[in-house]
Design a protein around this ligand. Structure first.
Ligand SMILES: [Zn+2]
Length: 183
């Protein structure tokens, strides 16, 4: 499974299951999975790395066992079924910097407005979730809260055709919700 997806990302970063030493075997990337991971890295993760420094991949392709262990949805993009492909990542320099994370969100929305089907801002941790577009999935920008369903996710209205202004409004809402929910 050696190989470089883009300059600073290797495929093996997308196959780790949970914390090192957790005892769950790595997942396996098919040829199609490698193509999807390459798209994700090329379109979004490498530009973020070039702009903001080191990016840590927290979760890429989950095995069915690991997905069940972490309470993931059976329809999770992390299973890489069909054209699905998701990643959870942290920009290390901004792990404790909410304004830095807001800059990253703005960068993704303005620079890559059509490159994702899901972008999730977490108020419970410091990482982002992002998934590639598929034919089946519309484009969603969500804030994950610490509330039970149906308030677990708050959907924000993003207009990719008017990305510059729309992204500013969306990120302002992310910061407002983050302050309310973490407070
Ligand atoms: Zn995720």
């Amino acid at each position: 499974m050696a190989g470089t997806a883009t300059k600073n990302f290797s495929y093996s970063e997308f196959t780790k299951q949970g914390k090192p030493g957790a005892g769950v075997p790595d997942s396996v990337l098919s040829e199609q999975d490698r193509y999807k991971v390459h798209q994700l890295c090329k379109a979004i993760l490498q530009p973020i790395r070039d702009q903001y420094g080191q990016v840590s991949i927290n979760s890429g392709k989950r095995s069915a066992v690991h997905n069940a262990n972490v309470g993931g949805s059976p329809a999770s993009h992390h299973l890489y079924n069909g054209m699905s492909c998701a990643v959870d990542f942290t920009v290390l320099g901004f792990a404790d910097d909410v304004q830095g994370r807001a800059d990253v969100a703005l960068f993704i929305l303005q620079r890559c407005p059509f490159a994702f089907s899901e972008l999730i801002w977490y108020t419970t941790t410091n990482h982002f979730h992002m998934a590639l577009p598929t034919e089946r999935h519309g484009q969603k920008v969500l804030v994950k809260t610490n509330r039970p369903s149906p308030e677990k996710y708050v959907a924000l209205e993003f207009d990719p055709a008017n990305a510059t202004a729309s992204a500013r409004r969306v990120v302002a809402q992310m910061l407002k919700l983050d302050a309310e929910l973490r407070g």
